[in-house]
Ligand binder design. Structure first.
Ligand code: HMG
Length: 359
């Protein structure tokens, strides 16, 4: 196989979680607001000794272990995150320490809110396609811990997780080099230097996400009826800040296209909703959220199955990628990462959550 794409995938989730109904009781909110209003179910939370690096390292080790190559075959290690550990030292160096990497490879961190992991992945794919890789592979990781200030409206959408990719041959999926990007400068969600939690203009963030969705899919259609183009895709994956946001984005897309509301809802239920099964158990994992959905969509997919992946990062930047499942997708080896982590994790109660957050 000579085409470029994702040769191996690994995922990692932290060891604890909070049910959003317990958070609702703690904050004196109707639980339906979180479960029905936002579509949230569980918030993945760090356990003792876990952080953004251990999540990234664990996802990377899993992706490396099920790849045919070895670390000396890597020419690039990039981590997309918005949970930076340092203003200078890249998260890729922390991960290299954790998993014992050193050698003739380029190492860096990328940042663009939730879009940062996609940027790292695109760069690795384009580096391979350009010939500059000279036969080497890339290790790309998207890893984040999403926490809002206690009592912030975003609190029920918190989460964490990491997805790692080996970019080499297209055993798991080929990623089309053509993609569709849209960016506009906005202060919808940002975290000033020195502050622990993001500042958010919630309503603006929803509007920016909807604009990004509409613009990227308009480009994908390229003047053809979008409904016809989407027929070719078995799954449509989105960045998932919370599941209701994704539904809002899809409904806005349908409205912009002049589709009947029922038809748009049916499209959402059949091609979008199933891809968010793992996201409902993790909450927002920022850079990893879209790729958790893509990993779900690719797991068990027959070779040749087409999947769309819409990446969004506040600030804002967005890009719509298209993938084709490769021969290793059907076995979906990475399902074991998610199912194993979910089975092992501990549900914490509201008091433990309060102690963890300090408020
Ligand atoms: P809020 O103001 O608390 O919520 O915060 P609300 O009052 O707008 O209610 C939310 C929904 O719950 C509404 O439904 C209510 O009607 C419903 P809608 O009208 O939207 O369909 N509701 C109820 N439903 C059933 N029973 C009830 C009930 N009460 C209310 N009793 C907000 C919501 C999203 C603003 C907040 O969660 C927030 O600030 N989140 C963080 C920002 C965010 O996630 N934005 C999404 C787009 S930006 C993005 O994706 C980037 C991001 O991932 C960061 C990055 O790029 O790095 C965030």
């Amino acid at each position: 196989m000579t085409t470029t794409g994702i040769a191996s995938l690994g995922l990692a989730l932290p060891s604890r979680y909070l049910d959003v109904r317990d958070l609702a009781a703690l904050r004196g909110v109707d639980p339906d607001k979180f479960t029905k209003g936002l579509g949230c179910h569980e918030i993945a939370l760090l356990g003792e000794g876990e952080d953004v690096v251990t999540l990234a390292a664990s996802a990377a080790e899993r992706a490396l272990a099920r790849w045919g190559g070895s670390p000396k075959d890597l020419g690039l290690v990039a981590v997309g995150t918005e949970t930076a550990q340092d203003m200078s030292r890249p998260l890729s160096a922390f991960v290299a320490d954790a998993i014992g990497l050193r050698g003739a490879y380029r190492s860096y961190e990328t940042k663009h809110a939730c879009y940062g992991g996609t940027v790292a992945l695109r760069q690795a794919l384009e580096w391979k396609a350009s010939g500059a890789a000279r036969g080497k592979a890339a290790l790309v990781i998207a890893s984040d811990v999403a926490l809002y200030a206690p009592k912030d409206p975003g609190e029920p959408t918190q989460g964490a997780g990491a997805v790692a990719f080996i970019v080499d041959d297209a055993s798991v999926a080929e990623v089309d080099l053509e993609s569709h990007a849209w960016a506009e400068p906005a202060f919808d969600f940002w975290r000033p230097v020195g502050e622990s939690f993001p500042r958010v203009d919630g309503p603006l963030s929803l509007a920016c996400y909807e604009t990004a969705t509409t613009e990227c899919f308009r480009q994908l259609a390229g003047g053809r009826p979008l409904a016809d183009v989407l027929e070719g895709f078995a799954a449509l994956c989105f960045h998932v800040p919370f599941p209701k946001m994704v539904k809002k984005g899809v409904m806005k897309l349908g409205e912009a296209q002049g589709w009947d509301e029922g038809a748009t809802s049916a499209l959402f239920e059949s091609k979008v909703m199933p891809t968010m099964e793992w996201n409902r158990r993790t909450g927002n994992s920022y850079t990893a959220a879209l790729w958790t959905s893509v990993a779900k969509a690719l797991a068990g997919a027959a070779s040749g199955t087409r999947v769309a992946a819409f990446s969004y990062g506040s600030g804002f930047g967005s890009e719509l990628l298209t993938l084709t499942a490769g021969p290793a997708a059907a076995a979906g080896a990475w399902v074991a990462d998610v199912e194993g982590d979910l089975a092992r994790r501990e549900r914490i109660d509201a008091d433990t959550y309060l102690a963890y957050r300090g408020a």
